[in-house]
Write a protein that binds this ligand. Structure first.
Ligand code: XIL
Length: 387
């Protein structure tokens, strides 16, 4: 504990932050881990790397959690509030209230914001690509709806976000099919992805444009992502980067690490930056790999009383290895964003099994740093990344 207290005193944290950090000190922070020279992830990442968290606006109204977010991260993603359904529930009726709160918080604390997302088959209003009868709209009407949505949303946040997940999860999970048959694809055709990127670029020429998906480190899906990148680039569409979501499972750590490494290399070779855009490490058993949010299964809930120490250490080791890969690729990786902050905020408490007690993130439910926090902090300090 002494090493943490020393480094807190050395660092330039706000008084609130010091109070929160000291109150939150867990013995795991310093145990056998050596001394950290920085105290927060954003200090350790310095200007080399964006280190982010997904948040919901209501979380920013909780003082202790808000202080932790402001102190630890230099980048925010809206976990839900920038998505098509909340931003344009009815055609032409935009609602930016909750997302604007995230922007205001980020501005106040000198953080970047990433917009997530503009086109997805989930959390999207039905009217955009289908008629009242549920059948796909005619192509021109669907394209007009997509353009109107992107113009409205990207226009509103122009200059306030650094970039957009333009299209989310468009690639099929089945190895013999390239694109997922989404409502947008049914109405518009395969080129809905290219059109979405063009609309976004026209609405904010300075915004970075990303394609975002889960399982893109897996060799099969990786090939499809690379094909998409090549196709977009062949049409001179300015895709800046690919978000590797990173909803990983502790049990598969040894399998995931080399695949992540290879995928970053392949993306960089294809001329795009890599990002880990939704990082969490599930410690509970599940059969669903990736992150298809409509998946649902029954499963055990083994750690209701707390996370066993050996599991916490194994999770820290997986996080350390992920950040070692990030360091290795230098400015080929521009950002790592965690999908939540403390364990209680994680969507994995309800997916793919409802009502479980999961521990995927860096802080405990009472905001104590876990061994995973120390592992990430120290690996970040070792350098790497880049914007
Ligand atoms: C999830 C949110 O975390 C949940 O709160 C919501 O109920 C469903 O969506 N891939 C994505 C994210 O791109 O938008 C998803 O977020 C998780 C999987």
């Amino acid at each position: 504990m002494a090493c943490l207290r020393r480094s807190i005193c050395r660092s330039a944290l706000s008084a609130t932050a010091v109070a929160v950090a000291v109150a939150a000190m867990g013995s795991s922070v310093c145990r056998g881990q050596g001394t950290s020279v920085t105290q927060t992830l954003r200090q350790a990442a310095d200007d080399r790397l964006l280190i982010g968290a997904a948040v919901m606006s209501e979380q920013l109204e909780k003082p202790k959690l808000a202080a932790l977010i402001a102190d630890q991260f230099n980048c925010l993603t809206g976990e839900n509030e920038f998505k098509p359904l909340p931003t344009e529930p009815e055609r032409g009726q935009f609602d930016f209230g909750p997302a604007d709160k995230i922007i205001a918080f980020a501005q106040q604390h000198n953080m970047k914001v990433v917009g997530h997302n503009l086109c997805w088959h989930q959390q999207s209003p039905k009217w955009m690509f289908a008629g009242e009868d549920g059948k796909p709209l005619p192509r021109e009407q669907a394209l007009a709806n997509l353009k109107e949505h992107i113009d409205g949303v990207v226009g509103h946040f122009r200059g306030k976000v650094i970039g957009w997940d333009v299209v989310n999860e468009a690639i099929s999970d089945s190895p013999d099919q390239y694109l997922r048959n989404t409502p947008a694809r049914k109405a518009i055709g395969d080129d809905y992805i290219a059109r979405a990127f063009e609309f976004a670029h026209a609405a904010d020429p300075d915004a970075q444009l990303y394609y975002n998906d889960y399982n893109d480190e897996q060799p099969g899906k990786r090939e499809s992502v690379l094909r998409l990148v090549r196709e977009l680039k062949a049409q001179n569409i300015p895709i800046y980067g690919v978000g590797i979501q990173g909803h990983w499972i502790l049990k598969y750590a040894a399998d995931t690490i080399p695949k992540l490494d290879q995928t970053i290399t392949a993306l960089n070779d294809a001329g795009v930056k890599a990002m880990i855009s939704e990082l969490d490490i599930d410690v509970l058993p599940r059969n669903t790999s990736g992150a298809n949010i409509s998946a649902s299964e029954h499963g055990a809930n083994p750690y209701v009383q707390g996370l066993p120490h050996d599991v916490a250490m194994a999770q820290a080791d997986f996080y350390r290895k992920i950040f070692e890969v990030v360091n290795k690729h230098g400015d080929g990786v521009t950002r790592v964003t965690f999908w939540g902050t403390h364990d209680g905020t994680s969507w994995l408490n309800d997916w793919p099994v409802r009502g479980r007690t999961d521990y995927p993130l860096l802080w405990t439910r009472d905001l104590q740093p876990k061994p995973a926090f120390t592992a990430v902090l120290q690996t970040l300090e070792a350098g790497g990344g880049g914007k």
